[in-house]
Design a protein around this ligand. Structure first.
Ligand SMILES: *[C@@H]1O[C@H](CO)[C@@H](O)[C@H](O)[C@H]1NC(C)=O
Ligand SMILES: *[C@@H]1O[C@H](CO)[C@@H](O)[C@H](O)[C@H]1NC(C)=O
Ligand SMILES: *[C@@H]1O[C@H](CO)[C@@H](O)[C@H](O)[C@H]1NC(C)=O
Ligand SMILES: *[C@@H]1O[C@H](CO)[C@@H](O)[C@H](O)[C@H]1NC(C)=O
Ligand SMILES: *[C@@H]1O[C@H](CO)[C@@H](O)[C@H](O)[C@H]1NC(C)=O
Ligand SMILES: *[C@@H]1O[C@H](CO)[C@@H](O)[C@H](O)[C@H]1NC(C)=O
Ligand SMILES: *[C@@H]1O[C@H](CO)[C@@H](O)[C@H](O)[C@H]1NC(C)=O
Ligand SMILES: [Cu+2]
Length: 642
């Protein structure tokens, strides 16, 4: 045996390593208090205006369960901080109160995402400007807004009002309109952008490269970004379970193996341009045990603009119809796009939001035109888009083909959400919607068709007013692999019907960083579960597998966990995925999951019936503790043998 397993001392070290890893996991993974019920009722299927933001919501993200963070561009917002207009803020959901934050650089059209340690990174933005969005005389402060050129800033969210943006010690290349995607080790890749700005990119100011945060050496040239001028800004990018990145830019699609700097071309995008400024609605569909965590990306809407048309003097975006076309790609499996049910309304600039029940909410945007604005005679005010689409639509990936999109029962918003709008799933399952500002500076007034928008709404999905499940036993930290854990649902959680346990799902959602019709890093992963149902009181224990042992399926960092019963989600709890540190994540052996079972109906009057049925005992899996114990046993045995 020694020859197969190794020397006793190696074996003992291995077991010690395993023991310490298991102990660290066990220590940090405390159980969170069961979630409660929403604090208020909602107008189901409709919107409610909940207030006015301090800054316009060009970029938003959920930093803590209670706090939404806003980033605007440098402009003349009425709120002030440290002697200049406010360009960043924090919205407390519980208190419905706001706090100005001091983002000092111009975050105009920046990108963002979150590191494995919970700190958010904001990268890029435009040069320093003065009133009206005009370039400032000095790029190093001074002038009307005293705003240095936008580069890299960091914010570690907080619940106590103490946190603010700080400039990063590292500064990337200038990047206006970059995309940020978090990687398996919780670092962030930063792709593309341009040095100066404009409606579309141009060779003289192109930055067709990628780099990393924290830095991993000089920026690397990306051939696909080089080939796809002028429509290579905010390249649509997803980390795939294979560890490759899908990059979609202008009409091209590639897989980037960023570890080897190698790109492989897939088929060209059909029907419409999906990247900015055509700005389709895009999302990775739920990764589930049923699809073996295989990623399919959905692209809908955008605009069918020829590459040479973007810079043509004859091109009038504001009258150019948006597309209804939807296509899907499963890039780890196939090179080819598949036609999907079309959108009910032509739409550019749609935000696609993963709902906890597995459906996708599509909202915001316009029927005509694209992202962008300017002083052109044909612009609507300054807007390059017109005819807002006010009614949301919902996509159900499990519905039969032909009926996956529907706006049935959904009411229109009263607020046009044009260029520079954003949307975000909240822990209570409502969707936070804000922004719209196709203007060079703050422009408001009754005569302005598409003003700088501060009104902020919630959209309430169909489940909002239902009694929410209150699962007990959700862990505060999840590991990649490792032993399963239990959560319990009582009769009320199962809507007094034990059979609802069959459709109960435990899902993890990263709501992402919302800007420019993209929620960077948004992801939905359903965990593998089984159950032991107890007919004596209509309750159930859900046995929940930890994260799949592959951080490319869902990257480390903060996320929300929902337990969904009969399509109704619990209030999402914020948890930490992985170690909570930037770096290679520990991967633990995957523990067995007990088979699902229904306990035998025991007769309350029989004394032995208090005992659990033997079926339940045999179901017990071979978890990490058993592994550890047997490992130690083997180690001790081989030590005493030598
Ligand atoms: C996370 O890592 C970044 C980069 O090293 C660092 O700047 C930041 O302070 C860290 N955040 C926390 C909460 O440790
Ligand atoms: C599921 O995916 C894994 C990892 O890609 C693969 O090893 C396995 O064979 C797949 N299983 C099925 C049933 O397709
Ligand atoms: C756009 O027009 C406004 C008002 O006429 C003017 O103040 C501003 O400088 C113009 N902006 C650009 C970028 O030309
Ligand atoms: C999970 O619950 C089952 C009963 O359904 C129990 O046998 C098992 O020990 C529990 N497992 C853990 C890890 O708590
Ligand atoms: C249901 O009854 C079992 C014993 O029969 C008990 O262990 C369990 O805690 C009960 N569950 C709930 C949610 O009341
Ligand atoms: C779940 O569904 C299966 C198959 O329909 C059924 O046999 C089982 O009893 C159901 N479980 C519960 C708890 O109702
Ligand atoms: C439970 O006990 C009652 C009364 O003693 C009896 O009528 C019933 O048949 C028993 N049920 C089962 C499932 O054994
Ligand atoms: Cu922009």
């Amino acid at each position: 045996m020694g020859g197969v397993v190794g020397s006793p001392s190696v074996l003992a070290r291995l077991c010690w390593l395993l023991a310490t890893t298991a102990t660290v996991t066990a220590q940090s993974a405390t159980t969170l208090p069961a979630p409660g019920q929403p604090s208020h009722l909602g107008t189901v299927g409709g919107f409610e205006i909940i207030g006015s933001s301090l800054v316009s919501a060009q970029q938003i993200f959920l930093g803590t369960p209670d706090k939404v963070y806003f980033l605007d561009k440098v402009e003349n917002n009425p709120s002030r901080i440290n002697g200049h207009p406010t360009w960043a803020s924090e919205w407390s959901l519980g208190g419905n109160s706001q706090r100005p934050l001091d983002a000092v650089t111009n975050t105009f059209c920046a990108g963002g995402n979150v590191l494995a340690n919970g700190t958010w990174l904001n990268v890029g933005g435009n040069q320093a400007v003065t009133y009206g969005g005009q370039p400032a005389a000095s790029q190093n402060g001074g002038g009307a807004y005293d705003d240095p050129d936008g580069r890299q800033s960091l914010l570690t969210p907080c619940e106590d009002g103490s946190c603010d943006w700080v400039l990063s010690p590292y500064q990337s290349l200038q990047r206006w309109y970059p995309t940020l995607e978090t990687l398996e080790d919780g670092t962030i890749i930063i792709l593309g952008g341009c040095f100066d700005g404009g409606y579309v990119n141009a060779a003289f100011q192109d930055n067709p490269t990628y780099e990393f945060f924290p830095p991993k050496g000089p920026a690397i040239t990306s051939p696909v970004l080089q080939r796809t001028l002028p429509v290579n800004l905010f390249p649509l990018t997803w980390l795939l379970p294979s560890g490759n990145l899908l990059i979609q830019s202008n009409w091209e699609t590639v897989l980037l193996d960023y570890k080897k700097n190698k790109e492989t071309s897939l088929d060209k995008m059909p029907n419409a341009v999906r990247v900015y400024p055509a700005s389709a609605g895009t999302i990775m569909l739920p990764l589930t045990p049923a699809n073996n965590y295989t990623a399919t990306i959905l692209f809908c809407g955008g605009s069918n603009v020829r590459t040479d048309q973007w810079t043509s003097p004859d091109f009038v975006p504001s009258t150019f119809p948006a597309s209804t076309s939807c296509v899907k790609l499963t890039p780890d499996v196939s090179d080819s796009y598949v036609t999907e049910d079309a959108l009910p309304d032509a739409r550019s600039m749609a935000n696609f939001i993963a709902l906890p029940d597995g459906r996708v909410l599509g909202l915001n945007g316009a029927r005509l035109g694209t992202a962008g604005y300017g002083n052109d005679s044909w612009a609507i005010g300054h807007s390059y888009a017109d005819l807002p689409v006010l009614t949301p639509s919902i996509y159900d990936p499990s519905a039969p083909k032909g009926s996956r999109w529907s706006s049935d029962g959904l009411q229109a918003s009263t607020v046009p959400r044009m260029y520079h709008s954003s949307a975000l799933l909240l822990p209570d399952g409502s969707v936070f919607v804000s922004g719209s500002n196709p203007n060079p500076d703050v422009i408001v007034g009754a005569d302005v068709e598409y003003p700088t928008e501060y009104r902020t709404e919630l959209f309430y999905p169909s489940y909002f007013n239902e009694r929410r499940p209150q699962p007990q036993g959700i862990l505060s930290q999840f590991s990649y692999g490792g032993p399963y854990f239990n959560i319990s649902l009582d009769s009320s959680d199962l809507v007094d019907d034990m059979s609802n346990v069959n459709s109960t799902k435990v899902v993890i959602i990263r709501p992402g960083f919302s800007t420019h019709a993209i929620n960077m890093g948004q992801r939905y992963v359903e965990l593998e579960t089984s159950y032991t149902a107890d007919p004596s009181n209509n309750s159930a224990i859900i046995h929940v597998r930890q994260l799949p042992p592959n951080p490319a399926i869902i990257v480390p960092g903060p996320a929300l966990v929902f337990v969904v019963v009969k399509g109704v989600p619990s209030i999402g709890l914020q948890v930490m995925l992985g170690s909570g540190q930037i770096g290679t994540q520990p991967i633990l052996p995957v523990g067995d999951l007990p088979a699902s079972s229904v306990l035998a109906t025991v007769n309350q009057t029989t004394p032995e019936s208090a005992q659990k049925s033997s079926a339940e005992i045999t179901m017990r899996g071979f978890g990490a503790w058993e592994l550890l114990l047997s490992c130690l046993f083997v180690a001790l045995a081989s030590v005493s043998l030598s």
